[in-house]
Design a protein around this ligand. Structure first.
Ligand code: ZN
Length: 463
């Protein structure tokens, strides 16, 4: 592709540049026209306003487009597509205690429909890699983990599902009712089975599994310890929620006499193989520990605002050199939030709290790409447009209403999310002309609505 404004995120920016893709990798990025291929047999790329194909080679005129690395979503709960629009004015703890009831009734069909719609929606907003944190496995309701893995394969995005878990119900001082938690031995066995079955550590992997107990207020210390042991034994990453609300801080101070971050530090849960969702309520010492242990943060600004949780100290984390990625969080706490829109939300929240220089458009773009890749341990092959990296590329149309802003990165980050001309995942087209193409877009939406109606039916008696 050529004639695009190319933002590599690794330092260079080409206002009139090209990207060459061969198979699933980027082979060249630079200024001016794309070089002629040495042979027309193996190159492929994407087309915007016009394209010309010669045998297997496609040459694309991307004039009027901004090319960025595909966006990386570092925190999500896909199943929540089926429970959107409930408890809309609640705090996190009230919202959770309301939603545990319908969630306890979900089955594999609900998860399949919700994940198809959720991942389709993410792809439509420029996301090429998404994680998911699934932590509720009601008994006898089918293979929920397999259902979301299959949905990701169908949509065609790179997927990092986290086998989540909860083992501390109300009777043990936890938040969830006892009927939605699992016992520790089952959790460890099922998590190990999910890693053995699905985790692909090879270069260019489309699927990597992480181990993810839900949060300090829903799991036991023993589960956190055993999960870390399992993940490090298997060479996979660790994920959980942390320091999302002041209620949580109060809870961990009461139960353990420490802040949430101190508690996790005390049990070996900070480190370069860990990324944590939210980290809203961090003390200065917590920020420093996250930075020095190279622990990642998944910043979810819309969800934090929607639940009134607070504003994460992102600019301070970045200033300390910590790794920060962006996430949309589950669609039940951030209804229909597009990943690209989270750049603006992140910028606005930081500036509202810390002033106009707290976060720039390019810093927000780096969080949504390279920062996310670092959270997932994929910075060697994702997150920037460089030769040798995977061809996960978003081509945004900025020649319409956005064109009155001279800097297309500012137009992209500050404005309404522009139409997506093309989205490539490993060189494969997932979105074309602003329309999802791997699964018909209307059908993906219908499957999500059907999942919602099915869950509401299954949960009728508890709602
Ligand atoms: Zn979450």
């Amino acid at each position: 592709m050529e004639n695009a404004h190319v933002v590599t995120v690794s330092g260079a920016e080409y206002p009139d540049g090209h990207i060459v893709v061969d198979g699933d990798r980027i082979t060249a990025v630079g200024p001016g026209k794309a070089p002629e291929p040495a042979s027309a047999s193996a190159s492929a790329s994407a087309s915007a306003s016009g394209s010309a194909s010669t045998r297997d080679t496609e040459r694309i005129d991307a004039a009027g487009c901004l090319a960025t690395p595909g966006l990386i979503n570092t925190h999500h709960h896909l199943y929540q597509w089926a429970s959107q629009g409930l408890a809309v004015d609640s705090t996190l703890f009230d919202w959770l205690t309301t939603l545990y009831k319908p969630w306890s009734k979900m089955d594999a069909e609900v998860v399949a429909g919700a994940a198809t719609a959720g991942l389709g929606w993410l792809a439509k907003s420029g996301c090429t890699t998404s994680t998911d944190h699934h932590y509720l496995f009601p008994k006898g309701r089918g293979d929920l983990f397999a259902a979301e893995v299959e949905a990701a394969r169908e949509i065609g995005v790179r997927f990092h599902p986290c086998r989540g878990s909860m083992d501390r119900g109300e009777s043990q001082g936890g938040l969830p009712p006892d009927e939605v938690v699992e016992d520790l031995d089952t959790i460890i066995a099922e998590t190990e089975a999910a890693i053995d079955r699905y985790h692909d550590p090879s270069p260019g992997s489309m699927l990597r599994v992480a181990v993810a107990p839900c949060s300090p207020f829903t799991v036991t210390r023993e589960l956190l310890l055993k999960s870390a042991e399992l993940a490090r034994d298997k060479g996979v990453r660790l994920h959980t929620h942390l320091a999302e609300t002041l209620d949580e801080e109060e809870h961990t101070r009461e139960q353990f006499g420490m802040t949430p971050a101190e508690y996790m530090d005390s049990i070996g849960w900070l480190g370069p193989d860990v990324w944590l969702a939210h980290c809203v309520h961090l003390h200065d010492t917590d920020v420093k520990r996250l930075a020095e242990t190279r622990t990642g943060t998944a910043h979810c600004p819309s969800s934090n605002a929607r639940l009134g949780a607070g504003i994460a100290r992102v600019s301070r984390l970045l200033a300390e050199g910590a790794t920060v990625g962006l996430g949309v969080d589950g669609p039940a706490s951030a209804e229909l939030v597009p990943l690209a829109g989270e750049l603006r939300q992140a910028i606005y929240l930081q500036r509202a709290r810390y002033g106009p220089t707290a976060l720039t458009a390019r810093q927000a773009l780096e969080m949504a790409t390279l920062g996310g890749a670092r959270c997932l341990g994929r910075e060697d092959e994702l997150g920037s447009l460089e030769p040798g990296k995977l061809a996960d590329i978003a081509l945004w149309r900025v020649d319409g209403f956005h064109a009155a802003v001279d800097d297309p990165v500012v137009a992209f980050a500050f404005g309404q999310t522009p139409p997506l001309q093309r989205l490539l995942v490993g060189g494969r087209t997932v979105v074309d002309d602003d329309t999802l193409v791997t699964v018909p877009q209307d059908e993906a939406g219908r499957r999500g609505a059907a999942a919602h109606h099915r869950l509401m039916r299954l949960a009728e008696e508890v709602l």
